[in-house]
Design a protein around this ligand. Structure first.
Ligand SMILES: *[C@@H]1O[C@H](CO)[C@@H](O)[C@H](O)[C@H]1NC(C)=O
Ligand SMILES: *[C@@H]1O[C@H](CO)[C@@H](O)[C@H](O)[C@H]1NC(C)=O
Length: 360
């Protein structure tokens, strides 16, 4: 649909400077920033580095499962390599059968009784492309004494610890998670006044400005999807504007999904390689946050963008928030990749190419 329908592209291609550079062990001979950019690059907060490292670990985890051993050696020569690859990286059918050991453990339960404590196993299977997981006939576990006092507003002063099963996490409370890293989003109250509301750097797009862009185009943003949205910070802000945003989350080492749900926000347990569980051409907005970046294998990213294009309505917005890559990759790889979607170059389009990783 991209070629004919004129989707608006809201593209904030951005790289976050100093700390990322050290992350990449680059020398200080970085290329000069563009002339419009102020000399001091925006500081990258620790939580972002932490998130990026988590994402990178996940992707490494994923890509280790390359199709080195085709299941059927006799037919392997007739199967295109990329099909083999994507049957694992993105679920053409299901990749569950590629991990019989994990699948066996997952399906080893007593029917009609309580499900095992196997959240980590589920997460691992999903990341290996076994999505959707097979259904089971066991009862999901619930916390022993959940509080019924759930917050109505997405910025409560605290999240109730008693509404979560903490067994498989190192931390056993939200305050512990906050103590480990106050900026991961487990303390919604600290986001209440500021998150997505102000320009802290030129990479930011506050929600009032986002809505202004849509309004100026006589477009309306009512429903959207935030890819890799952690505890739902973006959805929380949009909720205050009566806009419904679904958030895709994975529970990578912390209860992101539960935290979003406790804020009254819908978490979709969907990895980056899964087809979005939304019908074609229905969403007003898709935001890709830090999780969508150059660490994703390029073929997987291509599937992701085509899927985003699929779910966006005509005139819907794609917001690439702080996408980062090397400049040469932007010109040679990501620019053309995004260009393929045929997002229209009209007056609604906002393209901000920010400082990028220097070429190595
Ligand atoms: C970077 O900018 C400085 C001052 O603006 C200039 O002297 C230098 O030649 C530039 N370096 C490159 C690699 O463009
Ligand atoms: C959201 O909806 C409520 C209830 O209809 C209304 O009172 C409120 O003003 C709306 N907020 C915005 C920002 O439109």
């Amino acid at each position: 649909m991209g070629f004919t329908m004129g989707l608006n592209l809201l593209l904030l291609l951005a790289m976050v400077a100093t700390n990322i550079l050290s992350l990449y062990h680059l020398s200080s001979t970085t290329v000069n920033s563009s002339s419009t950019k102020p000399p001091a690059p925006p500081q990258v907060p620790d939580y972002l580095i932490h998130q990026l490292q988590t994402i990178r670990a996940t992707i490494n985890h994923l890509t280790r499962h390359n199709p080195s051993k085709p299941t059927s050696s006799s037919s392997s020569s007739t199967i295109p390599d990329d099909l083999l690859l994507h049957s694992r990286l993105s679920p053409i059918g299901s990749s569950c059968h590629n991990h019989p050991d994990l699948l066996h453990r997952y399906m080893n339960y007593t029917p009609f009784s309580l499900c095992p404590h196997d959240t980590d196993l589920q997460e691992t299977l999903i990341l290996h492309g076994c999505q959707p997981l097979p259904r089971r006939r066991c009862f999901s576990r619930t916390p022993p004494k959940p509080s019924s006092a759930l917050p109505l507003n997405p910025y409560p002063s605290s999240l109730p610890d008693s509404n979560l099963i903490w067994t498989h996490y190192d931390c056993k409370s939200f305050s512990c998670l906050n103590h480990q890293n106050p900026l991961l989003g487990f303390d919604p109250s600290r986001e209440s006044t500021s998150s997505f509301m102000y320009f802290r750097s030129e990479l930011d797009l506050p929600v009032p400005q986002l809505l202004q862009i849509a309004k100026a185009a006589t477009s309306l943003i009512r429903i959207g999807l935030d890819i890799g949205g952690a505890t739902g910070s973006f959805a929380a802000r949009m909720k205050l504007y009566n806009i419904t945003v679904l958030t895709t989350t994975m529970n990578l080492g912390a209860p992101y999904s539960e935290a979003a749900a406790l804020r009254g926000l819908v978490p979709l347990h969907v990895p980056l390689q899964q087809r979005l569980p939304v019908f074609d051409g229905v969403l007003d907005l898709v935001r890709c946050g830090h999780a969508v970046n150059r660490w994703i294998p390029i073929t997987m990213m291509e599937f992701l963008f085509f899927d985003v294009d699929r779910v966006l309505r005509a005139g819907g917005y794609l917001w690439l928030d702080r996408f980062f890559s090397k400049r040469s990759d932007l010109d040679k790889v990501y620019g053309p990749l995004i260009g393929k979607l045929g997002l229209s170059q009209n007056e609604n389009q906002v393209i901000q190419f920010e400082a990028l990783l220097p070429d190595q």
